[in-house]
Structures are given as structure tokens and as C-alpha cells.
Design a protein around this ligand. Structure first.
Ligand code: GLY
Length: 443
């Protein structure tokens, strides 16, 4: 069996690792934008190029005569890579360009949820006109969240919260920021999404789906803020944890069921619109006193969240991929080990606003029970160099959260070089803070 893997981050490293431990013993062929040593080690062959280059990906898939493709990041989906592969007879464990609008076009999902009256909706509106944005924020009157519209990797999101450093102090500042997005653009995007700021605890629900059946994975909590104590600018995610019962310490089974229902309703709404969504679906939720509300959907595994769930996957990943492709997911059991996980990301100093690039890191004395996933690094003759993004993820897996955190922390503190990370992720004081917050909200 031959599988094509597209992408070169830590998420794709854990995807390859999980495929490689399949009983089918697949040969993996990778299309990468950078030489991720973890992915290359597990690949039979690879090509370095732009992962959104439809021609490059298609011709490599043809040359290697792969049986199917797994696409890690969202950008190839937005560029039609999955459609092009399907056209040449390579099925994809990933949605089509049209279905991936769930992530790539934020107004698409908002309209879809509104039209089909799915649960979990929040108030939000897209603006291309700065005056209209300002009048909306004025008339709304409550604190808002501003997001640049487009694929910005989670960066550029700002919330009104005077208590948080690096965020917006007031709706007046939100108006100025929204205006800046529209007039100057962020990462080439000139539209801004204004959302009501919902209060609660964020969590991630990921699921496999073949368009009819949704099989959920353990819940994960990511940490989007750059600095300890949830301060600083938004990032792609600084680290994450999951608990052995597949819930989160501040959540109940009913909360999870409600989130799964939201996801099922959205997949169903897509079907009603004549769009089959298959692959992995990611729901970024806020658990509020009134239940889970959707902040965003992604058309892929989360990064870092993939590193919390895939090491626990007991069902053969290749069997799951084939069941998705053949639309018989309802026929197989998808099981995960009852273990806790903690993931901590090492990033270049200054990340995300002013990262210091091209710095060498050395990984020494990593504890044997820790797992290491390479992200935006470049393997050169004289060692491993960071780029401008997240560099290396350290993951601990254990019976308890406490044990998993200790493993991840021991690993990350052994990386030398100009790196930054959040020591607080997965620790008891931060988790207790989350539990208390939710208890207060539910009173
Ligand atoms: N962890 C956030 C994301 O994958 O988009």
C-alpha cells in the first residue's frame, strides 16, 4: 500500500507516525515545503516544493502510483489539491475545495449555520467596509472579537479584554483594528469578521467523518496565547492537553454530546446543500454557561491537537482512512486509549510578532518516554535550525495529566537555543483555574 502525505509540520509528523504503525505497513510518499527530519525519516520518498502546487502534487502522486492521499494543512485544500487528486483517481482523506470552505470561507459557515438553524451559533458579521464595521460595533454595544478573514493560521485574531496584555482594551480599539484590516489588510486579506465575545472555556473537538457518520476523538484544550497565564498575542497554538476519560476537567459528558451534535448538524447541513464533507473535521468551541458555541471550524486535524489524539489511536489509522474514502465509517469502531496527554511547543524567541529566524537548536537528553514532533525546522548539514514559526513539539503521554505534563516539561526544558515555551500548559494550577472559571459561570 502506498500513501501520499501532504504537509511538513508537527501535525503531519504525527500523522505519518500513526500511518506508519498500521498493520498494512504502508509506504509513505511525502510532499513537503521544508525538510522536516521526522517526516523524511518515515517516508519512502519525498519531494520538496509548494504544498499548494496542484501540478507538483498530482504528478508526484501519479509517479508513485499512490492508493490514497492524506492532506495535513488547509492551504492545499483552498488551492484545489484534493479535487485535482480525486480527478486523477487518487482518493483523499480530506474535503474537496468546496467542502473545505467550512474553514477557508468564514462567511460560508456562518451563513450555513444560520440557514439550517444549527445549534452552537454566535452573533457574527463580515465587513469589507470600515464605516459599516464601526456602526455595527457601536450598535452592538458589547465586547467583540475581530478576525481577519482568510487563512492566517490563527494569527491576527484580537479580543476586547482590558485585563489581557497584547489584546484590545475597548470596542474603540476594536474599531481601529477592524479598520486597519479592511484598509491595509492582514496577510493579504481585507475583510474583517466581527463576533460577539462569548465567555467560557475554549475546547477542541476533532472527528473523522465520511459525510454521513461522525466519529469523535478525545477532547483537547489548546492554548492560543503566546505567554504564560494566557497573555500576549494569539498564535497557532502553544500547546495542549487531553485527559484520560476523553473529556476535559471542566466538562461533562453532556457538554461533549452537545458539541458532537453541533458537528453532526453541520455535516448534515452540508449534505442538504449537496456538499459531502469527508476527512477530519475540527470544531473550535467555547463552552459557555449555555453550552458549547462554535468559534470556528477547520477542515483538518488541529495543530497541536493532532499530537494529543493520534498517539492514543488504537484503531488502525489506515483502516479508518479507507472507511472514510469508501463511506463506511459507520461500520467500524474508532477507539482511543484511556491516557492523558500534554503537548508543549518550543517556538523561536519573539514568536509570533517578531520571531528571530535561522537560530540553531540542540535537542539533548530527551527523556525516553517523551515524544518529539518536528514542526517548522530545517535540517542542515551543521544541525537543526528554526524558521519563524513553531519549531518543535514535546508530548507526554501517561495515565494522569500530572504525569503527562512532567514528561512534556522534562523534554522541552532540554532543548537548548533561543526558544520560548509555556511552562504552565497542562499544570495543575492552570487546569484548576479553568475548572473554577467554569464552575463560576455555571452558578
Ligand atoms: N490549534 C489551532 C488550529 O489548529 O487551528
Amino acid at each position: 500500500m502506498k500513501i501520499l502525505l501532504i504537509g511538513n509540520g508537527a501535525r503531519e509528523h504525527v500523522i505519518v507516525e500513526t500511518l506508519a504503525r498500521s498493520k498494512h505497513k504502508p509506504k509513505i510518499y511525502s510532499v513537503v515545503s521544508a525538510k522536516n527530519p521526522g517526516i523524511l525519516k518515515l517516508s519512502e520518498d519525498f519531494v520538496v516544493g509548494n504544498v499548494t502546487d496542484v501540478e507538483l502534487v498530482s504528478s508526484f502522486a501519479k509517479e508513485k502510483a499512490v492508493d490514497f492521499a492524506v492532506i495535513g494543512p488547509e492551504a492545499p485544500l483552498a488551492f484545489g489539491v484534493s479535487d485535482a487528486l480525486e480527478k486523477i483517481g487518487v482518493p483523499c482523506v480530506a474535503p474537496s475545495k468546496s467542502a473545505a470552505r467550512l474553514e477557508t470561507d468564514k462567511s460560508f459557515v456562518k451563513n450555513l449555520m444560520e440557514k439550517h438553524k444549527t445549534p452552537g451559533r454566535i452573533i457574527s458579521k463580515v465587513f469589507a467596509d470600515a464605516d459599516e464595521l464601526c456602526s455595527f460595533i457601536d450598535s452592538f454595544g458589547k465586547p467583540v472579537v475581530i478576525k481577519p478573514l482568510g487563512l492566517t493560521g490563527g494569527k491576527g485574531v484580537k479580543i476586547v479584554d482590558p485585563k489581557l496584555s497584547g489584546q484590545l482594551k475597548s470596542n474603540e480599539e476594536a474599531k481601529r483594528y477592524g479598520k486597519k484590516i479592511i484598509e491595509k489588510g492582514i496577510s493579504g486579506f481585507n475583510k474583517a469578521l466581527v463576533e460577539e465575545k462569548v465567555i467560557g472555556e475554549e475546547f477542541t473537538l476533532q472527528a473523522f467523518t465520511d459525510g454521513a457518520t461522525v466519529k469523535s476523538m478525545p477532547l483537547v484544550q489548546d492554548h492560543k496565547f503566546a505567554y504564560e497565564g494566557d497573555n500576549g498575542p494569539f498564535t497557532g497554538g502553544m500547546g495542549s492537553y487531553s485527559d484520560s476519560n476523553h473529556l476535559l476537567p471542566f466538562m461533562t459528558t453532556e457538554d461533549k454530546d452537545a458539541a458532537v451534535k453541533v458537528m453532526e448538524k453541520v455535516v448534515d447541513a452540508m449534505n442538504k446543500e449537496g456538499i459531502t464533507y469527508k476527512g477530519v473535521i475540527y470544531g473550535g468551541f467555547m463552552l459557555t454557561r449555555n453550552g458549547p458555541k462554535i468559534l470556528e471550524f477547520n477542515a483538518r486535524f488541529g495543530d497541536p491537537e493532532a499530537m494529543n489524539v493520534l498517539p492514543l489511536l488504537e484503531t488502525d489509522f489506515v483502516d479508518i482512512c479507507q472507511a472514510i474514502i469508501e463511506q463506511r465509517l459507520s461500520k467500524i469502531d474508532v477507539a482511543f486509549s484511556n491516557l492523558a496527554t500534554v503537548c508543549k511547543y518550543a517556538v523561536p524567541k519573539g514568536y509570533p510578532t517578531n520571531p528571530v529566524a535561522n537560530q540553531k537548536i540542540v535537542i539533548k537528553n530527551i527523556p525516553k518516554d517523551a515524544r518529539l514532533y518536528y514542526a517548522s525546522v530545517d535540517q542542515r548539514e551543521d544541525g537543526l535550525y528554526m524558521t519563524k514559526s513553531r519549531a518543535l513539539a514535546c508530548v507526554g503521554v501517561d495515565k494522569t495529566l500530572e504525569g503527562a505534563e512532567k514528561i512534556a516539561q522534562a523534554a522541552i526544558s532540554n532543548i537548548t537555543g533561543p526558544v520560548h515555551y509555556r511552562p504552565d500548559i497542562g499544570t495543575a494550577p492552570l487546569i484548576q483555574k479553568r475548572i473554577k472559571h467554569m464552575e463560576e459561570l455555571r452558578k
